[in-house]
Design a protein around this ligand. Structure first.
Ligand code: FES
Length: 101
């Protein structure tokens, strides 16, 4: 496991998100009201970018077919997705936001 810097504080406002590549792997970083969360950016149904989806509280809806995922747990909450997305621990160190991969 390694911590990789993906953003800086102030770069992603509350309710915002950022798509980052970590070792060429797309990860969606979300700023929820209680902190930052990172999940695989690619929907487990048919490869859409979840970073481009609609945010609803702590859930994101896939922009392609609308499956909802829990951003905190990665759980697929609605069809057509049934497989969860991987989640990654997020650490804030000083001004840096890091993801453990
Ligand atoms: S690609 Fe995400 S629900 Fe189909």
């Amino acid at each position: 496991m390694a911590l990789v810097k993906v953003a800086e504080l102030g770069e992603i406002p509350p309710g915002g998100r950022k798509r980052v590549l970590v070792k060429r792997h797309p990860i969606a970083l979300f700023h929820l009201e209680d902190g930052f969360y990172a999940i695989d950016d690619t929907c487990t149904h048919a490869e859409a970018s979840l970073c481009e989806g609609q945010l609803m509280g702590d859930q994101v809806a896939c922009p392609l077919h609308g499956a909802r995922f829990d951003i905190r747990t990665g759980k697929a909450l609605t069809l057509p997705a049934v497989t969860p997305v991987t989640t990654y621990p997020v650490v804030v160190q000083g001004n840096d936001i890091l993801v453990e991969v």
